[in-house]
Design a protein around this ligand. Structure first.
Ligand code: FES
Length: 176
């Protein structure tokens, strides 16, 4: 299968003035991150707060970014530049299981192309796409810092290393 990378979704973000709302409990959680940093360094809390927004809304959307900009007294572009830099933040709706396959040198040499092709054929999607049932999204990402156990992938917060096609089958079949 020819690999087609969907890298253009950041160009499809719709920018509006909508501001997300969160429950009082979630706002309290956000404040608990904020107090870890000096008042003049609120921006330092941005990454943990992006994780909270992603957990609550499923992805980093325009309304969530607007909320964080207000909450941290930042420009909206400050929030976007961090959210778009790290592959752990999803800028579009993703499937229940987010499969991030490392495509950097060690993994590439150790078999990433075969692993990617196997996964995509099995799920009938290309990298960057989500299965029709919304269960899986496949993304190719840069080095995940586990080069010694290449090829590897991350699903959710779990690393799966020393991959073979057989191992991939077992992992995917075990996911509900
Ligand atoms: S190259 Fe794949 S984890 Fe580093």
């Amino acid at each position: 299968m020819a690999s087609a990378l969907a890298t253009d979704f950041t160009n499809k973000i719709v920018y509006t003035d909508e501001v997300a709302e969160f429950s009082p409990e979630v706002v309290e959680e956000m404040k608990s991150h904020l107090v870890k940093y000096p008042p003049e360094r609120k921006r330092s809390a941005l990454i943990p707060l992006l994780f909270v927004v992603q957990r609550e809304r499923g992805w980093i959307d325009n309304a969530g970014v607007n909320f964080l900009a207000k909450f941290l007294e930042l420009e909206v572009t400050d929030v976007w530049e961090t959210a778009t830099f790290y592959s752990m933040f999803n800028l579009r709706k993703i499937g229940r299981h987010h499969i991030q396959i490392c495509k950097t040198l060690s993994c590439k040499i150790m078999g990433e192309p075969e692993i990617t092709e196997h996964i995509c054929n099995k799920l009938n999607i290309h990298p960057g796409e989500t299965t029709a049932d919304g269960k899986f999204t496949v993304t190719l990402v840069e080095c995940l810092g586990s080069c010694g156990t290449a090829p590897m992938m991350q699903i959710g917060f779990d690393y799966h290393e020393d991959l073979t096609t057989e191992k991939v089958d077992q992992i995917l079949d075990s996911l509900k």
